[in-house]
Design a protein around this ligand. Sequence first.
Ligand code: B12
Ligand code: SF4
Length: 555
Amino acid sequence: MRIVLVHPNYHSGGAEIAGNWPPAWVAYIAGSLKRAGFDDIQFIDAMTNDIGEADLAERLRDLQPDVVGVTAITPSIYVAERVLEIAKEVAPNALRVLGGVHATFMYKQVLSEAPWIDVIVRGEGEEIIVDLLKAVDEGRWPEDRRKIKGLAFLDGDQIVATQAASTVKDLDGIEPDWSLLEWDKYIYIPLGKKVAIPNMARGCPFTCSFCSQWKFWRDYRVRDPIKVVDEIESLVNEHGVGFFILADEEPTINRKKFIQFCEELIRRDLPKRIQWGINTRVTDIYRDRELLGLYRKAGLVHVSLGTEAAAQLKLEQFNKETTVEQNKEAIRLLREADIFVEAQFIVGLDNETKETLEETFQMAWDWQPDLANWAMYTPWPFTPLFQELKDQVEIFDFSKYNFVTPIMKPEALTRGELLDGVMKNYRRFYMRKALFHYPWRGTGYRRRYLLGCLKAFLKAGVGRTFYDLGKAGYWGPQTKKSVHFDFDETRTIAEAQMEDWEASADRVARAAERREAVRKQGKARAVERNEAKVPDLGAAKACGGGTQQMSDVDA
Ligand code: B12
Ligand code: SF4
């Protein structure tokens, strides 16, 4: 059986400015399929190679696959749907499969707008795809499709979702196959090294209201750190990888395993050959302040923190369970440990004003991270915050749901003014950094890294790819009135999806009540701690904790 996996050709001017990144889902899905005996797997990275529709059609026609598997996050959904439409045209007998976060939650929407998709894999793909393709291989497809967990498909006019599959419990059984990728293509610009995105832990015990990730991965699980280091060692030896970021939401929450991971990297002398970065929470950094030296020794050179907001009120709206002081402290601790630190802000909610944008700039400058990002609030339709704000969401062109386009219009600003305010923050922050900090900061590695980041920024600035500024016609403050986001206003929410939301509205209301109760408890604990002068460790919950994860039935 020939399986062709395709990463759709979607681009937006955000994280891509740092280079081309390898699609981890391909390695994880292919590894699992190969172990199950499916060994004819091909991969087309249409994104990295910027493959247009005609070229893609030709490749699929030549390959004549039996199965075409495509991924999609929310902004790449239309391109992904189109890949499968092309597959239908040129390889009509192939089974057309879609996976990833967007289709997992929005299968009703997707199957309504792209009925040519044969089947959606909902949730983690490693086990579901094997069950699905075994059924195909053994001639049990489509008869048995209602018996396979974790799928959604059209049966006539009816949209069917089978029972949700469990998350992958035996993460150590996963053996990703990174050999399908063209490694010369994946270069991390700031360091000029090949980059990979291995995955050590899945899930997040927190429940930030704007975030879709805790819902997607559900329970928190960590792989055996020794096996993850084996994977990293083979990425270095076999593919020449010199930098990685962990794909994890929060790799540090299980401190014991994270320490084991670091110690094993050091034991194998890998930090001389590979350095790495993570996204994590400020509360973990504060908790681990004594360990940051060890993390640095293990090659951890870059930490991106979801500091999110300059105002405590917003942090509470986000259910972030952190404080503004903790943000500042975590950044200081990382800087002192010689770890490059990046602060992420979310802007562009309905109550954003010129003043609040200014506050985030002042805050960023006061905290002094090495990098600061101002992401546009993006109302993923499957998050609690969307359910609260949905009456104010006017744009359902998901291709623009990408952190760089203002989807919401703040009451006091036009979208153009919002974009301009964000650009003003970037300009001021990076000009000052470039002149006064980067050339003089530290020695050797750190300075090279800082200058490398600046180079990536400049490259994207000159090419106007940063924040898709070229596409939007933004050339500076004088153009803030004429910028155009070209939203496709014909895009709406499908009736079937609407009905689904209405049915889940009750559940969401109950979840909001529970969140409020948890928030109140947190505040009460903070008061107690203040009285007892105990430092706030950020209400860190036990791994696998969290109160808002979707149940297996909901997912
Ligand atoms: C690495 C990464 C990137 C890399 C992309 C690398 C690549 N080529 O794939 C870079 C840095 C380029 C990037 C860019 C962007 N990203 Co990004 N990224 C991530 C990150 C940190 C990890 C993704 C990952 O590899 N996970 C591990 C793999 C194994 O998980 P997975 O992809 O979900 O795949 C599993 C399942 O979904 C399923 N599955 C997925 N696809 C398929 C297909 C089939 C056929 C099957 C059967 C199963 C299946 O099975 C897999 C294994 O279980 C996530 C956050 C996170 N921690 O997940 C954000 C994330 C995916 N990114 C996000 C966004 C928005 C973006 C940008 C739009 C931001 C921007 N403007 O720069 C761009 C878009 C780029 C693009 N063109 O697609 C959002 C998406 C949110 C959403 N609801 O859609 C996320 C979730 C971050 C967030 N905070 O919300 N990103
Ligand atoms: S800490 Fe919050 S933003 Fe980060 S992954 Fe967890 S729920 Fe999402």
